[in-house]
Design a protein around this ligand. Structure first.
Ligand code: AP5
Ligand code: MG
Ligand code: ZN
Length: 220
């Protein structure tokens, strides 16, 4: 199944994508995670992306789309993929549709995780992320079993540069201006499903799985 997770910063896209990918045997493809990895590796893409990410604005499409399409060309995407953080504007959605249709493939569902702004800010300022595998944790919940260490890989937990309140405000603004039109884009194509992200993580996952089956018209 090919899924897109839509939703504002802090909605729980990364949290859900990790679990869904495991359950569905799909590749988890997160452009934000790819950029952070590129920054850590000091690559030219990383250097370019950092300028934009630190301000909470979108990395230019020519960089992002090419990186994403190359990633989609890797063999693990053939068994299905979950996109987390892409597309983020209409031109990215159009580029994705074109690339998939060239490969006789399509998006089965675009799942929107709904969370109100006041909740998002609390989640992001309290977030800790694994430096190695990028699994998110929180000072409230979900907490890691051992403080400062990732449950999945033992990696060190850190706070993202863009999780400062001033940058969060900007990311939310960019989401409203550039990413909200995607709701209509996928709705018109009969692919959009909304799920409340303001529930326990396991219940959000249950709703996402139900919604993806309904939209894709498949039972798994
Ligand atoms: P990106 O890394 O994609 O960040 P984002 O979209 O701002 O989303 P987040 O990762 O902040 O939130 P999330 O929805 O994954 O929530 P999470 O699961 O961590 O992008 C970063 C930057 O990269 C962008 O600003 C841009 O510059 C660039 N970029 C990336 N993609 C791009 C693109 N396509 N085009 C251009 N530029 C791009 O959860 C958040 C917190 O809440 C965690 O602490 C978690 O533990 C907790 N939590 C999760 N679920 C729940 C729950 N149900 N209840 C309570 N707490 C919960
Ligand atoms: Mg994320
Ligand atoms: Zn980890």
């Amino acid at each position: 199944m090919n899924l897109i997770l839509l939703g504002p910063p802090g909605a729980g896209k990364g949290t859900q994508a990790i679990n869904l990918a495991k359950k569905l045997g799909a590749a988890h493809i997160a452009t934000g995670d790819m950029f952070r990895q590129a920054i850590a590796n000091g690559t030219p893409i990383g250097k370019k992306a950092k300028e934009y990410m630190d301000k909470g604005v979108l990395v230019p499409d020519e960089v992002t789309i090419q990186m994403l399409l190359e990633r989609l060309g890797q063999p693990d995407s053939k068994n299905g993929f979950i996109l987390d953080g892409f597309p983020r504007n209409i031109s990215q959605a159009e580029a994705l549709d074109k690339a998939l249709s060239d490969r006789n493939s399509t998006i089965d569902a675009a799942l929107l995780i709904d969370v109100k702004d006041s909740e998002l800010i609390g989640r992001l300022t309290g977030r800790w992320v694994c430096r190695t595998c990028q699994t998110p944790y929180n000072v409230k919940s979900p907490q890691p079993k051992v403080q400062g260490k990732c449950d999945r890989c033992g990696g060190e937990l850190y706070q993202r540069e863009d999780d400062k309140e001033a940058v969060i405000e900007n990311r939310l603004k960019v989401y409203r201006e550039q990413s909200l039109p995607l709701i209509e884009y996928y709705s018109k194509r009969g692919r959009l499903k909304r799920v409340s992200g303001e529930q326990a993580i396991g219940n959000v996952e249950k709703d996402l799985l139900e919604a993806s089956k309904a939209t894709a018209g498949r039972v798994k």
